[in-house]
Write a protein that binds this ligand. Structure first.
Ligand code: SF4
Ligand code: SF4
Length: 109
């Protein structure tokens, strides 16, 4: 049996490197609904960030910021895993503040 080559002995083939790969704008897949967050009920557990399949949850310094609608495909998983009900799926046509952040309870749609 022939001995297998190690990876660095193989000829270079097609490779897509992280720094050269443009992430697909999955936000264009949304049909009908998008998430918004009620910030006063967010406890920063970051479960939404862990479970979001499209890296559409934005965080900074380990703090939840909101949604990147260019990549959010509207699957609703973040709403399902949010333990406090801070995330709600709302109609796509609803105009929201940047990142889908609702600051005051009375603003909730
Ligand atoms: S709906 Fe939530 S979990 Fe789904 S892609 Fe958008 S931000 Fe991520
Ligand atoms: S899952 Fe809910 S409570 Fe946790 S960080 Fe996300 S929005 Fe906040």
């Amino acid at each position: 049996m022939r001995e297998l080559k190690s990876s660095h002995q193989l000829p270079i083939g097609g490779a897509v490197l992280a720094q050269s790969a443009e992430p697909p704008h999955t936000g264009g897949w949304r049909v009908g609904e998008k998430p918004r967050v009620q910030l006063d009920t967010c406890v920063n557990c970051l479960l939404c960030w862990i479970y979001c399949p499209d890296s559409a949850i934005k965080i900074k310094d380990e703090a939840f910021l909101g949604f990147d609608y260019d990549y959010c495909k509207g699957c609703g998983i973040c709403q399902e895993v949010c333990p406090t009900g801070a995330i709600k799926m709302v109609a796509e046509a609803l105009v929201l503040p940047p990142l889908g952040r609702i600051e005051g309870e009375s603003d909730a749609g």
